[in-house]
Design a protein around this ligand. Structure first.
Ligand code: FAD
Length: 403
């Protein structure tokens, strides 16, 4: 695959709409039909193909918009990031294979990393030379991360010895680095004494055991750390900064990560309707009043989600922290999409093999998406936990019912 990356980016200071128009035009001219889920040519890219594609997107100004130019970014603002995301969402390309690096590790390194770490890691993330995974969850510590046990002990020569186990680590088998959350004290210390590392995944003592997910993919893994020794320069931030860095990661994950979602959901809805119309046996379902009502509800939910994202961008552009409001987006997109995928699967799954090829393509897309959507109300914090955060930190409701 080769793409046109010899582009001059428009200056958003002189023409705001130009940046979105640039993204739309570049995607129209460069996105192959094999990477569009609503095309009959669609084929899942190999990891190498996905890396080449995402590196080209970055060069063309469609990734790393907000990162400083000295670290390989485009030195723009969240507004351009959002403008590009609207166009990325509108074309049903595969989800990024590098989003943990680009959307979680990168921002944390930018916030707490040393100059040497920024110079080393940030450009390599954007060019897709380094893939990352996120080692937070453990068998006894998921929603309540403060219970994590993976221990890092500093040795006399300054290096750190790490022992413990992580679970549900997405993309661990493909990752070059792990954004690893550890503790330097005991579990009783709770949020204190936590430390984050950038651990090279080829360090001796690391063992990755894949877990098959419901959609049949090896999308995540258990990762075991047995006497893994890393140099002190693998540490991200000060020994007591681990918890605040982890909270920063989680709030990004809930608020600004994959901002394209509502525009993608909208593209999926258009694809579903087009596929149903292409098959006479399925098209009649669209005449049903309940089906029409449900589609209307989905459109309304997607529009509400767009509003939440636009507002979050306005607030962050005004200097406000993301804070607990990220939970509103997380709860909203995951519940909306999970229920939409349930509806889509129900509508398309009865297609018969001899009917419309587009409906067959849609069946494949929506079956995988429906299965993966089961996880959406779990990862990045479960819906119950988001409700707790909204109740306590936005609505200031009492935390316990008193007798
Ligand atoms: C597809 C997928 C990818 C993932 N990728 C990663 C990754 O890359 N890196 C990583 O570190 N982790 C990852 N995770 C793990 C994810 O973050 C955890 O699964 C999640 O935080 C929930 O933790 P748990 O599974 O231990 O469930 P638990 O925390 O044990 O929760 C079990 C149930 O109890 C409920 N519950 C827990 N606490 C409360 C509470 N205070 N109030 C009300 N209800 C509560 C939960 O809502 C849930 O229903 C991934 C998970 C999935 C599904």
């Amino acid at each position: 695959m080769s793409f046109d990356t010899n582009v001059t980016l428009p200056d958003p200071a002189t023409d705001r709409g130009a940046f979105r128009a640039h993204a739309r035009k570049w995607l129209a001219e460069n996105l192959p039909s094999t990477l569009q889920a609503d095309s009959l040519d669609f084929k899942y890219p190999s990891l190498d193909e996905a890396r080449v594609w995402e590196a080209a997107m970055h060069k063309a100004g469609l990734w790393g918009m907000t990162w400083p130019k000295e670290y390989g970014g485009h030195g723009l603002t969240l507004r351009e990031h959002l403008a590009v995301n609207k166009e990325v969402g509108a074309v049903l390309m595969p989800e990024s294979v590098g989003s943990i690096g680009k959307e979680l590790a990168g921002p944390v390194i930018m916030a707490v990393g040393t100059e040497a770490q920024k110079n080393h890691f940030l450009p390599n993330i954007l060019t897709m030379s380094h893939m990352w995974c996120q080692g937070f969850s453990e068998p006894e510590a998921g929603s309540d991360l403060a219970r994590l046990r993976t221990r890092a002990v500093q040795q006399e020569d300054g290096s750190w010895r790490i022992n413990g186990q992580k679970i549900w680590t997405s993309g661990a088998a493909k990752a070059d680095y792990c954004l690893l959350l550890t503790r330097t004290g005991t579990v009783a210390d709770k949020h204190r004494g936590m430390l984050m590392f950038a651990v090279p995944m080829n360090t001796p003592g690391i063992r990755v055991v894949n877990i098959k997910s419901i959609d049949g993919k090896d999308s995540f893994a258990e990762v075991f750390f047995d006497d893994v020794v890393v140099a002190d320069d693998a540490r991200l931030g000060a020994p007591d900064e681990g918890w605040s860095a982890a909270i920063r990661v989680l709030s990004i994950e809930r608020a600004t990560n994959r901002m394209y979602r509502p525009w993608r959901f909208e593209a999926e809805l258009k694809f579903l309707v087009k596929a149903l119309k292409s098959d006479p046996d399925l098209a009649v379902k669209l005449e049903d009043a309940d089906v029409q009502k449900r589609i209307g509800q989905i459109v309304t939910e997607i529009d509400g989600l767009k509003g939440l994202i636009e507002r979050a961008v306005d607030q962050m552009m005004g200097g406000a922290p993301i804070g607990a409001r990220g939970s509103l987006s997380k709860l909203s997109w995951s519940e909306t999409h999970q229920s939409f995928m349930g509806f889509a699967y129900e509508m398309i799954s009865t297609v018969t093999p001899l009917n419309s090829p587009l409906a067959q393509r849609a069946k494949k897309h929506f079956t995988t998406a429906y299965l993966f959507a089961r996880a959406e109300t779990i990862y990045a914090g479960t819906s119950e936990v988001q409700c707790d955060i909204i109740a306590q930190r936005i609505l200031n409701l009492p935390t316990e019912l008193k007798a």
